[in-house]
Design a protein around this ligand. Structure first.
Ligand code: NCD
Length: 330
């Protein structure tokens, strides 16, 4: 049987301990993917791989014993909220969960700043999801404890982009040289905003496929071009599917539409089915941050290229790695 103490000391080679302690991440806010370089990604993914081994061998261990994570969610969430909760608990810590702010003092008119000050009095780090772009940066500006952005409206979702990239690496073995197609709601989808920025650190070919009113924001396209990327924009995805190595499908973000008739016009614009996937490569992956609505047919779920359920599990290891690096004690 595996000896948990031995395994913990193996893991600690990559964690912020002793001689090898990597203090880069200690106490850090995670607000945008812009803060990471290639070295940071190598560290995060190396720790995530160790986390996977530990979970497979011993399930949970006491690396963050006594640490308390606050999960503060002003928008709905299944995966992000529960994977952070699972991550801190598998590391021996505990979670304060505020899922439904209508049952908190937010419904009495409390401002974000005061709620953040409250939650940081009780916890060691705060995971925040909020409908307004820039809210995570505001929270990080006033908090003394690390803030982890779990989605600021249509802005960014940095931990999702890290787990998306980890998924690509684990499934396909490399990032450089890949053709990556992002499909669906590229205007409001924060996950694609973060992932496209993170991919600018690599040499990839990017295709953006969206209905005209849901195109990738032009400011983001310009930023990518300024970094030497040449993303190609399309409306029709059949023309790029055959060369695609990673198809990143997104949901049309209904809750961000001011005019519901516009949502009705674009919902169901693209649907992935076993039939449409016939022209795709045999070795490629389809990923999706989830939840899906109708953009990937359930008939496709058993195809080996459907990696979106495996992606959720990779997310647990990446979030364990981030918590270990941000909260890890000497
Ligand atoms: C995404 C989000 O909240 O941005 N979900 C997630 O975190 N896994 C995508 C979405 O809601 O469509």
């Amino acid at each position: 049987m595996a000896n948990p103490n031995r395994l913990i000391s193996d893991v600690s080679q990559h964690l912020p301990f002793g001689e090898k302690r990597d203090t880069r991440f200690y106490g850090m806010n995670i607000v945008s993917v812009e803060q990471f370089d290639r070295d940071d990604l190598d560290t995060i993914f190396a720790v995530a791989r160790e986390m996977r081994l530990m979970v497979e061998r011993v399930g949970s261990f006491d690396l963050l014993k006594g640490k308390v994570l606050a999960n503060l969610f002003y928008e709905s969430s299944t995966r992000t909220s529960s994977s952070f909760a699972a991550a801190i608990q598998r590391l021996g810590g505990s979670v304060l969960q505020i899922n439904n702010v209508t049952f908190s003092s937010v419904s009495k008119g409390e401002v974000l700043e005061d709620t953040i000050r409250t939650m940081e009095s009780y916890s060691d780090a705060i995971v925040l999801r909020h409908p307004e772009e820039g809210s995570a940066a505001i929270a990080a500006g006033i908090a003394n404890k690390p803030i982890i952005n779990a989605g600021d409206g249509p802005g960014e979702h940095p931990t999702q982009a890290l787990l998306d990239m980890f998924t690509i690496l684990e499934e396909l073995g490399h990032i450089n040289g890949l053709t990556i197609t992002m499909l669906g709601d590229l205007k409001y989808g924060r996950t694609v905003h973060s992932l496209a920025r993170l991919l600018a650190l690599f040499d990839v070919k990017l295709h953006f496929v969206a209905p005209d009113i849901l195109r990738m924001p032009s400011t983001l396209v310009e930023q990518l071009k300024a970094r030497g990327m040449l993303p190609c924009e399309h409306v029709n995805f059949a023309e790029v599917l055959p060369e695609t190595d990673v198809l990143y499908v997104t949901r049309v973000q209904r809750e961000r539409f001011e005019d519901p008739s516009m949502y009705e016009r674009v919902k169901g614009s693209y649907v992935i089915t076993p039939e449409t996937m016939k022209s795709a490569k045999e070795r490629m992956i389809v990923i999706h941050p989830l939840p899906r609505v109708d953009e990937i047919s359930m008939q496709f779920d058993n195809d080996p290229r459907a990696a979106y359920f495996r992606q959720m599990e990779y997310g647990l290891y990446v979030r364990m790695a981030l918590l270990a690096l941000v909260l890890g004690k000497a």
